[in-house]
Ligand binder design. Structure first.
Ligand SMILES: [Zn+2]
Length: 108
């Protein structure tokens, strides 16, 4: 079973129009059910996805509305290992690679 991390992101739900906190799941850093909020530093350990030397990465995320259970796609932006931004992704966006993340800048 694959593990993931999550980030809590407060925003109005596009389905039910209520202000909610999305539980956004993504797979980057140490995959060990870590919970993050905006501005947190990505943790690295034994079960890693990605590399800490990537300085600028966008990661594919999926979130659930706690009120209506509607799903939404998200983009998690990681800059120098800090969670810099979370936003809704555009459906059918071709920004994402199959790995689940895209490297924009790297020291490797
Ligand atoms: Zn909703």
């Amino acid at each position: 079973m694959s593990r993931f991390n999550r980030i809590f992101f407060s925003h109005k739900c596009s389905e039910c129009k209520q202000a909610v906190t999305f539980n956004v799941q993504f797979r980057y850093g140490e995959l060990d059910d870590h919970s993050y909020t905006l501005g947190d530093r990505i943790k690295w350990g034994t079960n890693n996805k990605g590399d800490a030397r990537h300085s600028h990465v966008i990661v594919d995320g999926m979130g659930f509305c706690p009120k209506c259970r509607g799903t939404a796609g998200f983009i998690v932006k990681i800059h120098n290992n800090l969670i810099a931004d979370v936003s809704f992704s555009i459906p059918d966006s071709d920004d994402f690679e199959e790995s689940g993340y895209t490297i924009l800048e790297s020291f490797i």
